[in-house]
Design a protein around this ligand. Structure first.
Ligand code: ATP
Length: 295
């Protein structure tokens, strides 16, 4: 039967079938870039690090707040330990009050992608700022699409479950020092319209910091709870907007975005949760990327 007859492999295809994705450079095909999308709290960072470890990659951050230095807790920036030695680009590189624009992101992300490919590694763009990702990829001037083949992964979590996760995460952030971080940003005369001061977790505490010294303990505690509640509400709204945007890119703009349902990862605990991550997110992602790199 023909399926058992091994055909001689064309030398070009042998190169392509090799283990380095970069060998595709010898072919007329384009260099390859992976994009990890998803709402806040879904596990984009974890997936990008797992994939970078597996496929010899480097991560390009596409979260517009994490490009700034500072507010590690509030912006949920990954720690050195969590990054597992995977190089990250555009992470904590801007002064907190700098005006980092979408154009800056496109220019810097393009340079980072080119430099990663020069090192014969796989660029993995990961973050929640979908308007920045859209600008980078669809901006005709940058020619990103004509230069690179992109594989889009979307870590999705059922919104009702994600809201619960976001709420619990905000409480953990408070324990890790969110209020103290926000206090360092507090300036009664400054607006919340530039730089890192726009991050969810900064403006929400304004009222609390203005009044805390003038009110009794009970009122102070109430104001603090209100501020934390606002952080939760605004983070949930952000998650909904991010999900809508991904759906729009997929359904209206025709981006070939592959959805990975991570809901079960968050409904389970400990080992069971890790198992669900491997089965439902990591394994299918690796398969998708292996096919993409060998295509
Ligand atoms: P938009 O069209 O709103 O600009 P976007 O996809 O470019 O969408 P988002 O990443 O959704 O940008 O960010 C929108 C807002 O959400 C930011 O201006 C900021 O207030 C908040 N935000 C985003 N990421 C974070 C973060 N990591 N930490 C805190 N706040 C964040």
């Amino acid at each position: 039967m023909s399926m058992f007859i091994s055909k001689p492999i064309h030398p070009f295809l042998q190169i392509r079938a090799g283990n380095s994705h970069h060998s595709s450079r010898l072919l007329p095909s384009k260099d390859k870039v992976v994009v990890v999308m998803g709402a806040t709290g879904t596990g984009k960072s974890r997936l990008s690090i797992d994939l970078a470890t597996q496929f010899n990659g480097e991560v390009v951050n596409s979260d517009k707040m994490q490009v700034y230095e500072g507010l590690d807790v509030i912006t949920n920036r990954i720690t050195a330990e969590e990054s597992c030695g995977v190089p990250h680009h555009l992470l904590g590189i801007m002064h907190p009050s700098a005006d980092f624009t979408c154009t800056d992101f496109c220019n810097m992300a393009s340079s980072a992608v080119a430099s990663i490919l020069d090192r014969q590694k796989l660029p993995i763009i990961a973050g929640g700022s979908n308007s920045y990702i859209e600008a980078l990829i669809d901006n005709e001037n940058s020619g990103f699409r004509s230069k690179y083949d992109c594989c889009y992964l979307w870590v999705d979590v059922l919104m009702t479950v994600l809201h619960q996760i976001i709420s619990e995460r905000a409480d953990q952030m408070v324990e890790k020092g969110m209020v103290e971080e926000a206090r360092e940003m507090f300036n009664p005369n400054a607006k919340y319209s530039t730089g890192i001061r726009r991050a969810i977790g900064v403006p929400e505490f304004d009222n609390y910091f203005r009044l805390e010294a003038r009110v009794n303990e009970e009122t102070r505690s109430k104001l603090l709870q209100e501020a934390i509640y606002e952080v939760k509400i605004n983070s949930c709204k952000l998650a909904c907007r991010q999900q809508d945007k991904i759906l729009r890119l997929r359904n209206d703009k025709g981006w070939d975005i592959q959805r990975l349902d991570a809901t079960d990862v968050f409904l389970k605990y400990g080992k069971e949760s890790n198992k669900a991550w491997k089965e439902l997110v990591l394994k299918p992602s690796k398969e998708i990327i292996s096919r993409f790199l060998n295509s």
